[in-house]
Design a protein around this ligand. Structure first.
Ligand SMILES: [Zn+2]
Length: 275
């Protein structure tokens, strides 16, 4: 390892598992260091941000980056992929399929933004994942075995979790959020998310460190509590739909665990998925 400066911004949440939480979009990237190589999990929201991350990884360790994993298709987790040339980019098989439409939607949104990061996002030539899997994948970083798994749909169609068994760490992407409510977007699966979180919770012990896509590391209790709220959203959507409440009245009628204005897509997606 390098000097103290090498650790600037990194938090070692468990043995050789480093998380960097960034101000822009409050997104986190994680680096897992083995005996002969390194795994980078998520690459931030633009090529420029990916390059900064790659530099911070090089400062942290002299070991080569064996692979990059993208926890899901969203731009703030993979637009920096191009900063890791020649490195396998691992993701769920739906990610390269869904990425062109997501990229177009994000760039259209940023076109209209006066955001200071606008130019960096728009200038990014997005490099899609080239190593896709359907349910499970494994990696060896040298005396350190990594498991990657798609436990089901939820925040998106292609959420994966990355598990470091020897350190008892799980990176959960945006299946779990700490600094904001779970994000139900127009590409979410609200009726399935709770079941996916149940599968995730079965991988967690009392001491497991869970790294969310946004916010501080959490534990199993936090995941179980957030799962109850996600299940509550789905159950209310199911009840409203079964009672014949029209979609345009459903949002106003529910007693939601999250702010109503954040659940417009959840209700629309839920109704569509129940039809
Ligand atoms: Zn996301």
């Amino acid at each position: 390892m390098g000097s103290d400066d090498a650790y600037a911004g990194w938090q070692e949440v468990a043995d050789r598992c480093f998380v960097h939480r960034y101000e822009h979009l409050d997104v986190s990237a994680t680096v897992v260091i083995g005996n002969d190589s390194v795994l980078v999990i998520d690459t931030r929201a633009s090529r420029v941000e990916g390059e900064q991350l790659a530099g911070q990884v090089r400062a942290l360790t002299a070991l080569p980056v064996r692979a990059v994993a993208n926890t899901h298709v969203h731009f703030d987790h993979l637009f920096g992929n191009g900063a890791f040339p020649g490195v396998p980019l691992i993701a769920h098989e739906s990610v390269p399929v869904d990425l062109p439409a997501h990229q177009a939607r994000v760039k259209a949104l940023y076109e209209a933004e006066a955001d200071s990061d606008r130019d960096a996002v728009l200038a990014t030539l997005v490099v899609p994942p080239d190593t896709a899997f359907s349910s499970v994948w494994a990696l060896d970083l040298g005396e350190r075995h990594i498991e990657l798994a798609h436990l089901g749909r939820g925040h998106t169609a292609g959420d994966i979790v990355v598990r470091v068994p020897d350190a008892d760490v799980v990176c959960a992407g945006d299946l779990v959020e700490e600094s904001a409510h779970p994000s139900f977007g127009s590409d979410s699966f609200p009726m399935e998310w709770g079941r996916t979180l149940e599968s995730l919770s079965e991988l967690l012990g009392a001491g497991t460190v869970v790294v969310p896509g946004h916010g501080s590391a959490v534990d199993r209790e936090f995941v179980l509590t957030q799962r109850l709220d996600v299940v509550d959203v789905a159950e209310q959507i199911r009840e409203l739909s079964a009672a014949g409440v029209p979609l345009n009245e459903a949002l106003a009628r529910g007693r939601w665990p999250f702010p109503r204005e954040a659940l417009e897509d959840a209700v629309a997606r839920g109704y569509a998925q129940l039809r």
